[in-house]
Write a protein that binds this ligand. Structure first.
Ligand SMILES: C=CC1=C(C)c2cc3[nH]c(cc4nc(cc5[nH]c(cc1n2)c(C)c5CCC(=O)O)C(CCC(=O)O)=C4C)c(C)c3C=C
Ligand code: FE2
Ligand code: FE2
Length: 350
């Protein structure tokens, strides 16, 4: 590969408030996303205003547990630095971050990428499993902003990588370590709960492949660990709002296992860095539930963050994408995407 090629890699992530004052506008941006609330803009805008003002207090209390701000940006920056260091041989490689709901927002990042004047842009979601609410939403706003700002460099989207070997190796490693910590504390049976962010059921019924890809990830991790994994299940956390969400819910699953006197090991399976859903929901709220119900132990595996296996997996996805002609790169998720009409892998229109 030519060493003077300028390559921009853009990490897509959700973003989070960087101060107490940012909580409500961050929530507004989230609920005003048509991939989250599927209504025409004139109806969605006032609804997003209403929901964000109502939820601001509860969400503010969550971020107050972390010093009033989300750590998602600094954590994503560390991943960006690790990825950039592992791709130095490709030429002029620069890793950027585009957050969907808080700074650096997509428009800002498109401008920064344009100043870098790349020969090629690789869009890499920090969502291993494809969802219309995450990857599709980020890709959609990227396309609009790139067109508006005249960023014409060819781009490729890595749509999903639910079974990418480095990602699976990283999750397997942190899972095995969490099981070992639980075993060191108790002789009680171990129960592993792989926990993913949930989705409203109607989004899944519309063909969103996320839940199927989460299942593919978990099966790959369990296969890797073999007999080292005792009893396990997949559950979904972070339900918001009145709609029916996919289940079973993580909190109920923890309570059941804890009530049966088991040692509960919770493994985040769709988040790849630490933020409110891991540091507050899993570490504070759900630990409290487990202890209240008499769990023999409660261990939470860390997210893969800058685990060398995971970063090497991301680097491999980028290298493969650069060598192949298609705009949408399926990572190792292709076999799961084929059956799903809403998966980005199915679209090659640009
Ligand atoms: C209301 C609908 C929501 C859908 C659908 C949804 C999908 C979804 N989200 C993530 C990852 C994250 N979400 C985070 C926070 C968060 N998510 C929602 C709502 C939906 N998410 C809200 C309202 C919030 C804010 C916090 C709260 O009020 O509870 C975060 C954490 C951000 C941070 O702390 O910085 C992540 C990460 C995924 C992967 C996903 C679908 C696959
Ligand atoms: Fe969310
Ligand atoms: Fe896909």
């Amino acid at each position: 590969m030519s060493s003077n090629r300028r390559i921009a890699i853009v990490l897509f992530n959700l973003g989070g408030p960087d101060s107490p004052a940012a909580v409500e506008p961050f929530l507004f941006n989230l609920f005003n996303d048509r991939n989250i609330i599927d209504l025409p803009g004139v109806l969605r805008w006032p609804l997003a205003k209403l929901i964000s003002s109502r939820r601001a207090k509860a969400a503010g209390a969550i971020y107050a547990e972390m010093g009033g701000r989300s750590p998602i940006l600094p954590n994503t920056e560390r991943q960006a630095a690790a990825l950039q260091a592992s791709l130095g041989d490709l030429g002029e490689v620069k890793v950027f971050i585009a957050m969907r709901y808080w700074h650096p927002l997509t428009e800002e990042t498109v401008a920064a990428v344009k100043r870098f004047a790349p020969d090629e842009v690789i869009l890499l979601p920090l969502y291993p499993q494809f969802s219309t609410t995450t990857t599709e939403s980020s890709d959609r706003v990227w396309r609009v902003a790139a067109k508006r700002q005249g960023l014409t460099a060819p781009r490729k989207l890595i749509c999903c990588y639910p079974t990418e070997p480095g990602f699976i190796a990283g999750v397997a490693k942190v899972t095995a370590a969490a099981i070992a910590r639980a075993k060191a504390k108790t002789k009680a049976p171990i129960f592993v709960i792989f926990s993913a962010h949930g989705l409203p059921k109607k989004i899944v019924d519309r063909g969103d492949p996320y839940v199927a890809q989460v299942s593919a990830t978990v099966h790959a991790v369990v296969d890797t660990l073999g007999l080292a994994v005792p009893e396990w299940m997949v559950a979904f956390q972070s339900r918001v709002g009145p709609l029916e969400w996919v289940g079973p819910p993580t909190d109920h699953s923890i309570e059941e296992a804890a009530s049966a006197g088991k040692a509960v090991v919770v493994v985040p399976i769709a988040f790849v860095s630490e933020h409110s859903e891991t540091l507050v929901e899993l570490d504070i709220e759900y630990r409290h539930l487990a202890e209240k119900r008499g769990a023999a132990a409660y261990e939470r595996a860390p997210t893969v963050s800058e685990e060398p296996d995971f970063i090497a997996g991301l680097a491999q996805l980028v290298r493969t994408a650069l060598q192949q002609p298609q705009r949408v790169q399926p990572g190792s998720g292709a076999q799961y995407c084929a059956a799903w009409p809403r998966c980005a892998c199915q679209r090659e229109e640009l």
